[in-house]
Design a protein around this ligand. Structure first.
Ligand SMILES: NC(=O)c1ccc[n+]([C@@H]2O[C@H](COP(=O)([O-])OP(=O)(O)OC[C@H]3O[C@@H](n4cnc5c(N)ncnc54)[C@H](O)[C@@H]3O)[C@@H](O)[C@H]2O)c1
Length: 330
């Protein structure tokens, strides 16, 4: 039996990001790019307030039905998996409606999952109470490339992780949240947040709100410290770099997804009794499609009685907690 999937909001995250900007195609960034090739999923219905887009997408992906109203779609269609890729301001309210719908089993909502940590947490609590599977679409969580880094951290191969430095694009809610979520996946939930929004660069206008960049210091529960510079102009100068400092070494990821450099302390050639960092290994990305990995996971686990995500869903809203606590600070 095929699984009935519906999607709300048929813009960039639904499809156009792959059509417009994805040159290499090694990763799919949009839901429909993956779903169109998977015969386990039945594209039941889609909805969008923009009729032109709705018609275009509806025709291209051969949905059974199209709607301009979210409420009517979820009321009238038999949906098992619902993807919410509408603008951020609708995430909480639409997820709430979806949780209350008895047919919908899985809700895949785009990041950052609304703007408010408190509201996001309440909705996660509610989804658990109702026995629904909720996923927030932070795609790097499914990437074997980043899982390798995670394994090095968890197995303490380079000793204790002391500090993470991340450089990324501005627009905290729209872009930088990806970096924040990845750092939380490495170092765990945060205890203290310091920082301020970036007022030296113009904010990005996203769905008619001003989305600022920022400079953020975090102390994680496990005492690791992170610093995130999230001020790069995201419109055409993309940056996503990581530098992880361990007691016995260092990991650098100089460009998003390209390769991992592992450094270890080795006997110094210039100073007696000292050790210095030396590059010992470079791991290239195997270029697996992380969104495909995610949907394969959903497919495999859909009928299981105890469907469980491989990570703690509450971690995915730590970025909101962080952004909320610095957003009014200059
Ligand atoms: N995971 C990722 O890498 C990624 C990438 C891009 C965007 N996003 C997220 O996806 C969400 C959408 O962003 P986007 O760039 O695709 O925006 P977009 O404007 O391209 O698409 C949103 C679509 O939703 C439609 N819409 C607006 N209000 C609606 C409503 N009430 N009901 C139904 N449809 C409605 C719009 O007409 C539009 O077609 C944002 O939350 C964004 O943060 C995530």
């Amino acid at each position: 039996m095929k699984i009935n999937v519906a999607i709300a909001g048929v813009g960039n995250a639904a499809y156009f990001i792959d059509k417009k900007i994805n040159l290499l195609k090694k990763n799919s960034f949009s839901h429909l790019s993956i779903l169109k090739n998977n015969n386990k999923f039945n594209l039941t219905s889609c909805c969008d307030v923009n009729k032109k887009k709705l018609k275009l997408i509806g025709k291209k992906f051969k949905f059974d039905s199209y709607h301009t109203s979210f409420s009517k779609m979820i009321k009238n269609e038999n949906i098992e998996i619902l993807i919410i890729s509408t603008p951020t301001k609708f995430h909480i309210q639409q997820t709430l409606q979806a949780i209350k719908n008895k047919n919908i089993k899985i809700i895949i909502c785009e990041k950052p999952f609304g703007f408010s940590y408190k509201k996001a947490k309440k909705i996660i609590d509610f989804s658990k109470k109702k026995g629904k599977i909720l996923v927030i679409n932070y795609q790097r969580r499914w990437d074997n490339f980043y899982k390798k880094v995670d394994r090095i951290i968890k197995t303490k191969k380079l000793g204790k992780l002391n500090c993470i430095i991340g450089h990324t694009d501005k627009a905290l809610y729209q872009n930088s949240c990806h970096m924040l979520d990845l750092i939380v996946s490495f170092a765990g939930p945060v205890k203290k947040v310091l920082g301020f929004k970036d007022v030296s660069n113009l904010p990005r206008l996203v769905h008619s709100y001003h989305d600022y960049g920022g400079y953020i210091f975090l102390q994680h529960m496990n005492k690791t410290v992170s610093f995130i510079k999230a001020s790069q102009d995201a419109t055409n100068k993309k940056i996503f770099e990581l530098d992880l400092h361990f007691a016995n070494g260092r990991i650098k990821i100089p460009n998003d997804d390209k390769y991992i450099e592992i450094y270890k302390f080795k006997n110094s050639k210039q100073f007696k009794t000292y050790k210095e960092l030396e590059l010992v290994k470079t791991i290239k990305n195997k270029e697996e499609d992380r969104l495909l990995i995610f949907y394969k996971f959903i497919e495999k686990n859909y009928n299981k009685k105890f469907f469980k995500l491989p990570y703690n869903l509450y971690e995915n809203i730590e970025p909101l907690k962080i952004i909320n606590s610095i957003k009014n600070k200059l």
